[in-house]
Design a protein around this ligand. Structure first.
Ligand code: NAD
Length: 474
């Protein structure tokens, strides 16, 4: 395969850079292509292009902006075959999952076009009218991670543009290629400067968040980086939305049908090789069903097909990058060194590729790193509980508050437990999903603000209130 070398989109034009960064296929560890390494001057160009486009874009009627978004959705769908293959080759996920992500992103764009910016009238008398409208913020920087590069970018870009902002999108250096391609597709559809897509190494994110020409940063990534983004945005008081890490607890009540629920929980933990912010990351199972649950998990972990995501029948791909591969391996090694039991016991995969087969840590103590840290990989702790109050306390004993789930045959009892969990999303007898119409907001150190739904849309606007006295003589 010839090297894949997409370029940036700045002010509606194709822009290359004098330096490029290599992108590695995680299934082969071979360089797959490269992306431009945006220079500070090119970043200035992108900000100037976005600023230059913002007012005219905001001045268009919202229905016109919606027509542009629908055209973008259609064009992404039309390119779904190519985009999915490219996504698999740089991210590692299976082709079916990559296609699901691309089609999901196109559907998400369509969803945003069903919303309108509200006008709030708080006073309407013969003397006076008080009315609040929503105006765009200006230039939005959208920063995305490597686990779901396209769908997470679209969760920012589409509502930001619908609200009338222009955008500078920066993907992760591990997965820039598909995002750059989406920028190329958008070039023919959106007015110049409305969507700029730039790529670069580790320095580009900090340059972007510190840039005085940017009004809002919408960031998805780790909690650690989120703190840095907040610091960097402080001097110019940029608006912020931070979607950060999670260590989602799951509580399984004793009345569940184990054979039915276990496979759902298995996939809640291991889909995308565990590299999902809202994956099941700590699973608390009632003692009465613990052994049966563990045995179904172990059987599935034994049987699941792990390999190159482009191969037919593969269910789980590799981890995305060498750093994440080492982190997850270290957590496994640490667990083994601490005398914890891991099932099944897999021999380390022979290279190349960042492959780790799924495994379960059998009832580790609460203070084990595999319980305390976000693993973001295919290894999950299953923990026994006898007393529901104790399970809830343990589930809540974390700095994170992204998602949580409760599984039980009696919905009312499960819901009663769910109401006591401290996170922004709580699923009851449901695998982790994010309905685009509902706000998704990390509690505690899992985030600031919300994405999705009306709240997500409004986060790309500021309120502007008009107080109109009908007659100066009264
Ligand atoms: P990361 O924080 O390392 O990187 C995320 C993005 O930020 C990348 O584009 C990166 O280049 C950029 N970046 C790095 N340093 C920066 C800085 N100082 N300033 C500005 N930008 C910077 O995260 P990752 O490893 O790509 O993704 C995995 C993490 O993301 C996990 O913790 C996961 O839980 C989290 N995540 C959260 C959500 C959510 O919606 N809450 C969704 C997916 C992933």
């Amino acid at each position: 395969m010839s090297a894949i070398e997409p370029v940036m989109t700045i002010g509606g034009a194709a822009v290359d850079s004098t330096r490029r960064i290599d992108v590695v296929n995680p299934a082969t560890e071979q360089v797959l292509g490269s992306a431009p390494d945006c220079s500070p001057a090119q970043l200035d160009d992108a900000v100037a292009a976005a600023r230059g486009a913002a007012d005219a874009w905001a001045a268009r009627p919202i229905d016109e902006r919606k027509r542009h978004l629908c055209a973008l959705s259609d064009a992404i769908l039309a390119a779904a075959d190519d985009l999915s293959r490219l996504l698999t080759s740089e991210q590692g996920k299976t082709l079916a999952d990559a296609r699901g992500e691309i089609e999901g992103a196109a559907r998400a764009i369509r969803f945003w076009t069903t919303l309108d910016l509200p006008t709030l009238v708080t006073e309407d008398t013969p003397e006076r009218r008080v009315e609040t409208v929503r105006v765009p913020l200006g230039v939005v920087a959208a920063i995305s991670p490597w686990n779901f590069p396209i769908v997470l970018a679209i969760m920012k870009v589409a509502p930001a543009m619908l609200a009338g902002n222009s955008v500078i999108l920066k993907p992760s250096p591990f997965t820039p290629l598909t995002t750059l391609r989406v920028g190329e597709i958008a070039r023919d559809i959106l007015p110049a400067g409305v969507l700029n897509v730039i790529s670069g190494g580790d320095q580009l994110g900090p340059w972007l968040t510190a840039h005085p020409g940017i009004d809002k940063v919408s960031f998805t990534g780790s909690t650690e980086t989120g703190r840095r983004v907040m610091e960097s945005a402080a001097p110019t008081l940029k608006r912020l939305t931070l979607e950060l890490g999670g260590n989602d607890p799951v509580i399984v009540l004793p009345d569940v049908d184990v054979e039915q629920v276990a496979p759902k929980l298995f996939w809640a933990a291991f889909r995308n090789s565990g590299q999902i912010c809202i994956a099941a990351k700590r699973i608390y199972v009632h003692a009465a069903i613990y052994d049966r649950m563990l045995s179904v998990f172990a059987r599935m972990a034994e049987d699941v097909r792990v390999g190159d995501g482009t191969e037919q029948g593969v269910q789980l791909g590799p981890l995305n990058n060498a750093g994440q591969f080492r982190r997850v391996r270290a957590l496994i090694d640490q667990s083994v060194a601490a005398g914890l039991r891991i099932v099944p016991q897999h021999a380390p995969a022979a290279g190349p590729g960042f492959f780790i087969r799924p495994a379960i840590v059998d009832n580790p103590p609460e203070d084990a790193p595999i319980v305390r840290q976000e693993q973001f990989g295919p290894i999950v702790p299953l923990m026994r509980f006898d007393d529901i109050d104790d399970a809830i306390d343990r589930a809540n004993a974390t700095e994170y508050g992204l998602g949580a789930s409760v599984w039980g045959a009696d919905e009312a009892s499960a819901l009663a437990v769910a109401r006591r969990l401290q996170s922004g999303m709580v699923w009851v007898n449901e695998s982790p999903t994010l309905p685009p119409s509902a706000p998704f907001a990390g509690h505690k150190q899992s985030g600031v603000g919300a994405e999705n739904g009306m709240e997500g849309l409004l986060s790309f606007t500021a309120p502007r209130t008009f107080v109109v006295r009908h007659s100066v003589s009264t």
